[in-house]
Ligand binder design. Structure first.
Ligand code: 5AD
Length: 341
């Protein structure tokens, strides 16, 4: 009699070689749970399946985004993030519009085609962003990607009308109680915002955090299936990083294997999605981002925030890993990919 393990390996082999083979076979929560916990041979099969699906849809190209973190002011109070409004020990900043546009010029001159504008959730960033989008699209033919948090529907529409192409809003966890406990706000509202983003015509990116307190494997299985039903254009999994100045500062880091397995399963369920290998992977493990590419990711974000502001953009940790173009290039080489610039 075949063991469950050999059945999974056969399924993965079949998915890898035969694009017609039903991905619906994957949407079985027992199967997803075993893949999530897999190590050794099954995990290697999972990664290799994810890589061949990536190869089929994207070839050997690694997409590069250039991020500018325009403000660390945030009205939210997420327990994992030091940019939470209740952290009094963070010097808050806003970059000037001209400064942002000039950095965007530099990013474009390097051949990077995605300008990623990120900010803590605050109203003042909206006016800056509106003008910056207008100024950038006047000069450059590029993708403007935003990650600015929850906004009114008309604000998303305005960003889209001005020329923004994509927006990332992670659901963080699909468990509504856990989401409420950790962020102080409602998952329902966040899902409404994701729908507004889609309705505005922008591409939607989303994702979760692996290793939140009280998060069980079942919760991550639900996250995986939840993201699959959203059919996002981009999806990411990030290991939880304990961040000083937050209620979660003394907790353990998220598990890198479960993070990588989540990414690989998403590659199979959402073959066309852009999946970033996030900088937090490099923080939890040296060569962690290469491991992310090895698990089927196809995007790396290079940081272009001015050095003086970078430390104040306290997502993850103060000593977060800051990705340079050189690091992205080396990481791509390790994974047998070339930068798409
Ligand atoms: N650990 C993991 N992910 C984090 N993020 C912010 N802080 C942390 C942390 N400590 C992620 C969240 C958020 C994105 C901008 O950064 O998923 O949506």
């Amino acid at each position: 009699m075949k063991t469950f393990e050999t059945t999974i390996i056969e399924l993965l082999n079949e998915l890898q070689v035969n694009p017609e083979f039903s991905v619906a076979d994957m949407a079985d929560s027992n199967l997803i749970e075993s893949l999530l916990l897999s190590e050794g041979e099954i995990q290697q099969n999972l990664f290799s399946c994810a890589r061949s699906i990536r190869q089929r849809h994207f070839g050997n190209k690694l997409k590069i985004r250039g991020v500018i973190e325009i403000s660390n002011a945030c009205k939210k109070n997420c327990d994992y993030c030091a940019m939470r409004s209740k952290n009094p020990n963070l010097d808050r900043y806003f970059l000037e519009k001209d400064q942002i546009v000039s950095i965007a010029d530099d990013i474009i001159s390097l051949g990077i085609k995605t300008i990623f504008l990120q900010s803590g959730e605050n109203l003042a960033s909206d006016a800056i962003i509106n003008d910056v989008i207008t100024m950038i699209v006047k000069k450059h033919d590029c993708e403007i990607l935003l990650c600015l948090g929850e906004k009114k529907q008309e604000t998303y529409n305005q960003f889209s009308n001005l020329g923004a192409k994509s927006y990332i809003l992670k659901f963080e966890t699909s468990d509504s109680k856990m989401y409420k406990n950790i962020t102080g706000s409602s998952l329902e509202k966040r899902i409404d915002c994701m729908n507004y983003i889609k309705q505005s015509g922008m591409n939607l990116g989303t994702g979760n955090i692996i290793g939140l307190p009280n998060q069980k494997i079942d919760n991550i299985v639900s996250d995986i299936l939840f993201a699959a039903t959203l059919q996002p254009d981009f999806v990411s999994a990030s290991p939880f990083i304990p961040n000083s100045g937050t209620p979660f500062e003394n907790l353990r880091m998220g598990d890198i294997n479960i993070t990588l397995n989540t990414m690989a399963i998403w590659r199979i369920l959402l073959p066309q999605a852009l999946i970033p290998s996030v900088s937090a992977l490099e923080y939890v493990h040296s060569e962690g981002q290469a491991a992310g590419l090895n698990a089927g990711a196809n995007v790396i974000t290079v940081n272009f925030t001015p050095k003086t502001n970078r430390d104040k953009y306290a997502i993850y940790t103060k000593d977060r890993f800051v990705v340079s173009l050189e690091h992205a290039n080396k990481t791509a080489q390790k994974a047998g990919l070339v930068l798409d610039i």
